[in-house]
Design a protein around this ligand. Sequence first.
Ligand SMILES: O=C(O)c1cc(=O)[nH]c(=O)n1[C@@H]1O[C@H](COP(=O)(O)O)[C@@H](O)[C@H]1O
Length: 249
Amino acid sequence: MAQQDWNRQIIIALDYANITEMEHFLNRLDGRLAYVKVGMELFYAAGLEVIYRLKERGLNVFLDLKVHDIPNTAKGAVRSLAQLGVDMINVHAAGGIQMMQAAREGLEQGTKAGSPRPLLIGVTMLTSTSQSMMNEQLAIPGTVEETVIQYARLVKQAGLDGVVASPLEVPQLKERIGREFVTVTPGIRPAGSDKGDQTRVATPAEAFALGSDYIVIGRAVTAAPDPLAAWEQILQSLHSVTAKGGASQ
Ligand SMILES: O=C(O)c1cc(=O)[nH]c(=O)n1[C@@H]1O[C@H](COP(=O)(O)O)[C@@H](O)[C@H]1O
């Protein structure tokens, strides 16, 4: 795969406190990005204006608000988010099949006529969750991988497009849930960088080699002393990788 194609599969998490910081970062990257993620920090601070600005720049937008509520509320929330014309929306798989089916209905209702339907993605186990945390605090027995697969089954049954998981679970997801089932993987740490609050991590090259369709990278680029150099280094590290992802090719 040619280098420029990776660009479409790398989602940069714009975890900034305001629009000024976001614009400063995007100007430094100067048109190199194709896909960005807006999460709770930026959206709760700056709201819809963020989405409009990113769309004006021609970027694909993953609006990561991790909807998790009773089915009727989740449906309305996703309907409202779909009306914004973003490209990807997520909900927590822990909300269960009925909640995700309702979210899916809200997605259809909110998508503007003639516009492509945003991808609807179920968050499985957060990449900050370790097996001991899951077993002891959440009282879920077994391995994280088995729980991720179980959640993914619910996501698929509810008719969603794919899951957020760590890259480490992607081979099993592709084998057991399906190659076309989209995998979006945060927990990305370039070689030698600090894990921070993440526990299930992989490098960008490992994540794509494992089959991730999209990787999500935040602080390794956005908080780097030289974000442009960090971005270029990540692309460089992908030179010899052969993509396995089935859904985004
Ligand atoms: O849904 C997400 O995007 C998400 C799910 C998950 O399990 N883990 C996770 O880190 N994320 C998000 O992915 C981004 C990762 O950021 P960094 O750890 O700075 O690369 C953050 O914006 C998180 O909110």
